[in-house]
Design a protein around this ligand. Structure first.
Ligand SMILES: Nc1ncnc2c1ncn2[C@@H]1O[C@H](COP(=O)(O)OP(=O)(O)OP(=O)(O)O)[C@@H](O)[C@H]1O
Ligand SMILES: [Mg+2]
Length: 245
């Protein structure tokens, strides 16, 4: 079963400040994402990884191509559907964490994580308990749980972001370098949570820099090169490539 069918997806940026030149973010990329799989996206800096995720989440309007999401309520082309549909899906079935930490409102960390659960109708205290479990699993120190993430370190904020995205177990989860600011120990905690907390009901497309993380979590690996799709390989072949250098 396919959850996402990406067909000839392209994104070009018109750079008016550069005398109307065009910058290619993504160039004619096609691939499928299977139900329940963890697809890792890798590639050099500037190869289009974040642009790809932003096109899937419709933060960017793709310039061309289709992103057909086979969701619970039928097929939707995320590249072309009305904004309203995107907003509804974001609330319920598609989750996303951005690479660069968003400005977080003056809300305690535990409530930042609990919010999506409360929005989906969970009891507030139960949602807060659940949020505490996730923060503990990611080794966020307990004295920070009631503090505002605005003052947190990059790695602490990143873990709050990740906990918030994981909490509702969305059907499709898009993660842009969710472990980049973590040290080896907390990164391992994040890997453990990613591997144990999400069941096969969640399909993940995750951008990762670190080959250890890819090896630990991915089922298949998509390699981007200068905006184009270079290949999609099973994790076993990818690991062999990495070992052979
Ligand atoms: N909003 C934008 N406006 C103009 N150019 C952009 C924009 N977003 C991305 N680009 C360009 O698209 C290309 C791909 O960028 P992208 O951020 O997708 O790369 P990346 O693979 O995520 O890199 P990194 O590993 O550094 O995060 C780059 O050349 C970048 O300058
Ligand atoms: Mg990026």
């Amino acid at each position: 079963m396919t959850v996402l069918a990406v067909d000839s997806l392209s994104k070009t940026f018109d750079m008016h400040v550069l005398g109307d030149t065009k910058v290619v973010g993504l160039d004619d990329v096609s691939f499928d994402v299977r139900d329940g799989e963890f697809l890792a996206v890798v590639g050099e800096s500037g190869s289009g990884k974040s642009s790809l995720l932003k096109c899937l989440y419709r933060t960017y309007d793709p310039t061309a191509g289709e992103v057909v999401y086979h969701g619970p309520d039928g097929d939707v082309d995320l590249a072309a559907c009305p904004d309203r549909t995107v907003i509804d899906l974001r609330g319920t079935t598609i989750g996303y964490t951005s690479q660069f930490l968003d400005e977080i409102p003056r809300v305690p960390a535990v409530d930042v994580v609990a919010r999506p659960l409360v929005e989906q109708g969970a009891d507030r205290e139960e949602a807060r308990d659940h949020a505490r479990e996730l923060l503990a699993a990611l080794s966020v120190p307990e004295q920070l749980w009631e503090a505002y993430p605005a003052t947190f370190s990059g790695g602490e904020r990143q873990r709050v972001n990740l906990a918030q995205a994981l909490a509702p177990k969305p059907e499709l989860l898009l993660l842009d370098e969710p472990t980049s600011a973590l040290d080896p120990e907390t990164r391992q905690a994040a890997i453990d949570l990613l591997s144990t907390y999400l069941g096969s009901e969640t399909t993940v497309v995750g951008v990762f820099h670190n080959t250890d993380v890819v090896e630990a979590v991915a089922d298949r690996v998509l390699v981007l090169d200068e905006g184009g799709l270079q290949r999609v390989v099973p994790i076993e072949s990818y690991n062999e490539e990495v070992m052979l250098g």
